[in-house]
Design a protein around this ligand. Structure first.
Ligand SMILES: *Cc1c(COP(=O)(O)O)cnc(C)c1O
Length: 234
């Protein structure tokens, strides 16, 4: 068996990161946008430590994770000495029983999609003595039954509830378009929903479509395999 820490990445991480940043810049330019308005969230889930280290050494400071426990092992333990100065985004579904761990580890939670979770996050912050992370609402733009996220028709009421009943700010909206559909209409739709609801930030775009997302107004893109190489779930 190969030691996962020995996995080589070709082309190397520094090159992949430089290429991705250049692609973001070019896409922003095509849309007359300032590339500084777009953050690159490096999705580190499942990636071996050697690649994470290379990404940190390349100067990357924003990372995304989709499982609380896995992220704790990586950022709370193995890379704990390098945690300072990083911004960690939770981009996967959050169970209420993991809320305390989540508010302790993450700076941004992108997957708020139900009132029960909002209540759990408030309770968790109280208990852990932590500030509330920055919050995004995940929208199920494709209305897929198996997918997390609030249905578009319920979004306005949910945002009003969060703002008025719980007195919390929603920084942005996040979506994951259906795999078998063109992403652009979903990105358009998310942008419209954000405008309609007075929300500034848009987390949209992954390895296959982040340039389209930037052209359509993404303020952050979540890129995994294009940056790190393929994930090996083996
Ligand atoms: C894994 C994941 C990504 C990154 O996917 P790539 O295709 O590897 O870029 C982005 N967003 C979410 C929510 C993810 O779970």
């Amino acid at each position: 068996m190969t030691d996962p820490n020995q996995i080589k990445c070709d082309p190397p991480i520094t090159e992949r990161r430089a290429q991705t940043l250049a692609s973001i810049k070019a896409a922003a330019k095509r849309a007359n946008r300032n590339a500084d308005a777009v953050s690159l969230v490096a999705v580190s889930k499942v990636q071996p430590d050697a690649r994470i280290k290379a990404m940190l050494d390349a100067g990357q400071t924003i990372f995304g994770e989709n499982r609380v426990q896995e992220a704790q092992g990586r950022w709370g333990e193995r890379f704990a000495q390098r945690r300072e100065g990083l911004t960690l985004h939770l981009i996967g579904p959050l169970q209420t029983n993991k809320a305390e761990d989540a508010v302790t580890l993450f700076d941004v939670i992108e997957t708020v999609d139900r009132e029960k979770l909002v209540k759990a996050l408030i309770k968790a912050c109280d208990k852990a003595g932590r500030p509330m992370p920055r919050l995004y609402v995940q929208v199920n733009t494709g209305e897929e039954p198996q997918k997390a996220g609030i249905m578009p028709a319920e979004l306005a009421d949910f945002i009003n509830l969060i703002r008025n009943t719980y007195n919390l700010n929603i920084e942005g909206l996040m979506c994951i378009p259906p795999v078998d559909e063109a992403a652009a209409p979903h990105f358009w739709f998310l942008r419209k929903l954000a405008r309609d609801n007075g929300i500034e930030k848009l987390s949209m775009g992954m390895s296959g479509d982040f340039e389209t997302a930037v052209e359509l107004g993404a303020t952050s893109v979540r890129v995994g395999s294009a940056l790190f190489g393929e994930r090996d779930y083996g």
